[in-house]
Write a protein that binds this ligand. Sequence first.
Ligand code: ATP
Ligand code: MG
Length: 137
Amino acid sequence: MQQTLSIIKPDAVKKGVVGKIIDRFESNGLRIAATKKLWLSKCEASKFYAVHKDRPFFNDLVEFMTSGPVVVMVLEGENAVVKNRELMGATDPKQAEKGTIRADFADSIDANAIHGSDSIENANIEIAFFFSKREIL
Ligand code: ATP
Ligand code: MG
């Protein structure tokens, strides 16, 4: 069993598609092991996306991630990291395969509906960023 971190981003929360996105996970063998809704501060969003701090889109990314509440989840299942990335689709929704979350719910590369950990190592770091051990069931 593997765990990964998912964030339903402010655009998707505003659109009211949290349930539809969670259904994609549960219908594809990923269990919700933990979840909470929160509004990230600039400091938290900058820390979470620190790997991108030198990229030209960093300030826009932080601005966007703090523009409204997000829903954060730990997903658990076989091969969860890769499976989640497949369900999400490509970063740019225009490039995302049909039937993926980003193809169906995202508007642009900035407002792209969802975040998912990109490796097992980062999944562990990102899960610990948001959840204590007793919040993961
Ligand atoms: P995420 O980390 O949010 O799951 P990702 O792993 O598909 O997305 P990353 O390369 O980690 O993509 O980029 C993080 C976020 O930064 C993307 O989700 C996107 O919103 C934004 N981003 C990435 N590349 C660009 C770009 N070239 N122009 C604008 N925004 C970008
Ligand atoms: Mg990423």
